[in-house]
Ligand binder design. Structure first.
Ligand code: GLY
Length: 350
């Protein structure tokens, strides 16, 4: 097992290793005095892991309630959120109790947002079951639900008390879902770590799960420690996401988050190269690593559509949108861009 300590407004451990779900109760009892734990999970994960999670919590002395919602991004909405709050109230969870988010990004974001607002905040534990949530969404305290007007438009910064990542859970993922998470792993390598980038070039999908997840979490931990509230350097973690969110929205979410981020990274890398911000070698390295992981690097939406969808994203601030551009492998920077220039920039990369 590896442990990464996160030092933000709350200090907590991210534990990563094989077989950890069986110890969920024991580790949760170390970080909370709670008598009750409400597990929040979805209809795909519940048949696989709810019983083990609940049993482990019961063995450690918790009484357990479980809230199961229909799997999918469509559930990350105001209605599910309010119904979850009612569930917590009906089950008489107090401020001393806790929530356990068992699942991928949707479960983590939804449960985290409920934890941050129910009784003005109760503690929660993240148990990621996808690679994407293990390396990104479960760490760093961003919680959110979607609004009809866009993704993640209501949310909070609210750190968990513990993140427990059982790498065995990733083995049950369909390959496409696992590959989706690889886009976020590649993102960390392009942003911060040329050595990780070279390692991924060698291994492709068969990288060492525990070591790579721990490395990505360390990289994210360092960013969150410096900029927990996303005012500056944390925005680097949005590499590929400005165009990626546009791709997701334009496809009505039929293109997955990881694939959309991969397309976003490729478009930004090609555009950056043509704009003289990075070398052709950097551009080709990014695109060939995406190819190595069978991730897409292009899409048929026009630059005009991509640009207007990107501009409705929350990363826009007044007349400027923050792009993240590669300078070299392991080194990226924020590029504030006047909104009227975005379409021309995307045109360079499609
Ligand atoms: N997923 C990006 C962040 O946590 O800032």
């Amino acid at each position: 097992m590896r442990a990464v300590q996160v030092h933000a407004s709350k200090h907590y451990d991210v534990l990563i290793g094989s077989g950890l779900l069986k110890q969920l109760g024991e580790f949760t009892a170390r970080v909370t005095q709670a008598g009750k734990a409400a597990i929040v999970t979805d209809s795909n994960i519940a048949p696989l892991y709810l019983e083990s999670a609940a049993q482990s919590l019961k063995n450690a002395g918790f009484s357990v309630a479980a809230y199961v919602f229909p799997a999918g991004e469509a559930s990350k909405n105001g209605e599910t959120y309010l119904s979850l709050l009612s569930f917590l109230a009906k089950n008489q969870l107090t401020r001393a109790d806790c929530i356990v988010a068992l699942g991928g990004g949707v479960a983590g974001d939804l449960a985290g947002f409920a934890a941050s607002t129910y009784l003005r905040g109760i503690s929660y534990v993240q148990v990621p079951t996808t690679l994407l949530s293990a390396v990104d969404s479960s760490v760093g305290g961003k919680t959110a639900i979607d609004l009809p007007e866009g993704k993640n438009l209501a949310g909070s910064f609210y750190q968990p008390s513990l993140v427990l990542c059982d790498t065995d859970l990733l083995d049950s993922l369909p390959e496409a879902v696992f590959r989706d998470g690889c886009a976020e792993v590649i993102k960390y390598a392009v942003l911060f770590d040329a050595e990780l980038f070279s390692y991924l070039q060698e291994t492709g999908l068969s990288f060492h799960r525990e070591a790579v997840i721990a490395r990505c979490v360390e990289l994210k931990r360092d960013v969150v420690a410096k900029d927990e509230f996303d005012r500056g350097q944390r925005q680097l973690l949005n590499l590929g996401h400005t165009v990626g969110h546009a791709v997701e929205a334009l496809s009505a979410f039929t293109i997955s988050h990881g694939s959309a981020v991969a397309i976003g990274m490729a478009i930004v890398s090609r555009a950056s190269c043509r704009a003289g911000l990075c070398s052709a070698q950097t551009r080709d390295a990014v695109c060939s690593l995406l190819h190595r992981f069978s991730l897409p690097a292009a899409v048929t939406f026009s630059p005009a559509l991509l640009s207007s969808a990107a501009l409705s994203d929350k990363k826009r601030s007044g007349g400027t949108i923050q792009l993240i551009v590669p300078q070299a492998i392991g080194q990226c920077r924020l590029l504030p861009m006047p909104v009227e220039n975005l379409e021309a920039f995307i045109t360079l990369g499609v």
